[in-house]
Design a binder for this molecule. Sequence first.
Ligand code: AMP
Ligand code: MG
Length: 403
Amino acid sequence: MISVEEALARTTEAFSPLPGEEVSLEKALGRVLAEDAYAAVSHPPTDVSAMDGYAVRAKDVAQVPVSLSVMGEAPAGGAYKDEVMSGQAVRIFTGGTVPQGADTIIIQENTERNGETVMVVKGARDGTYIRRQGMDFKTDEVGLKAGRRLAPRDIAFAAAMNLSHLTVRRKPSIAILSTGNELILPGKTPGPNRIPGSNGPGLAAFVDSCGGNPMDLGIAPDDEKALAALATGAKDSDLLVTSGGVSVGDHDIVRDALGRHGLKVNFWGVAMRPGKPLLFGHFSGVPFLGFPGNPVATLVCATVYLRPAIDAMLGVCDGRTEEISARLTCNLDANDERQCYLRAHLSTDREGNMTATPLPKQDSAMISILSQANGLLIRPPNAQAAKVGECVTVIPLAGRHAG
Ligand code: AMP
Ligand code: MG
């Protein structure tokens, strides 16, 4: 059995960034930039006012109160064409271009308007409330770097850079095949000894949340021919993920059955709990991850191996699985040689410290417990017993798209 690190290194190595494709900004959320995005304009394009008020010459307002002649207006989207001379002011609004000759904005609140004149009651130094040309960004600067997963604020930034389209990585196509004679589609009436298959929908949602395109190949019975036939549906995918049938039972046929139909095994078995029988290789040239069928094992393996695989195909710059430190709220026994991923509840104590509480039941069949958890507490191989208050490493699961 190899270690989690070794397994992760071997799986991740099999993937490289996919080609780019152009998408409109409306379709770009959550996608990963394949190329740097350059600003097509500067922002602001000229020196502009940051406030509603009057554009003046600083020298004119060194002594206040002072009365200035209002010569015209500079609204956002417009401009005052002439130069502001001594003794003059121009009514200006936020975003309006600062007219020539003016070097200071007096905010409206510090003035009294009287017809064609304005009384400045409080002065301001040279440059006050002026946003300089290119202060935010300049034409041809790299605004967003390749490898960035685009958030709503990045979409706004791209639009501000006057870009309507961005080049992002093609979404990896991930084929998902569930195996097991006992499985039915969720919502169907279960016959005797049948259970709804939860790994297919879970993995599809997981892939989606990572920025991949899930392709459900359905449920294969524990039968070589049927399994191999369904697995060939993955031939144009970037990765085939199966669940179930990789353990040591008589009906765990995936390795042998697919082995006779083009599966080349890289490794089988990892020192982890849950997830020990993880199988990795290539099926007719397509990278292949065979996850154990227990629902928690499947989703733990997805978190540890599938997300990094998708990240590698997307070329994300911060592809490492997020790990945080948290304080234990209970004692833990010493660990054996397998790295454990305990379903845990993360919280914050009164002092603001992150805390981790392993949930009382850790059976890898219990999807309800994984659903309740918001973290996976990592117990490294051979970890010594740990006491309340000690720091442990946790993979957070909470968030809009918890993995
Ligand atoms: P296996 O890895 O095929 O030996 O399956 C281990 C356990 O996980 C068995 O109790 C299976 O019934 C269960 N299992 C396998 N696949 C699924 C699935 N897609 N959804 C829910 N449970 C499953
Ligand atoms: Mg099975």
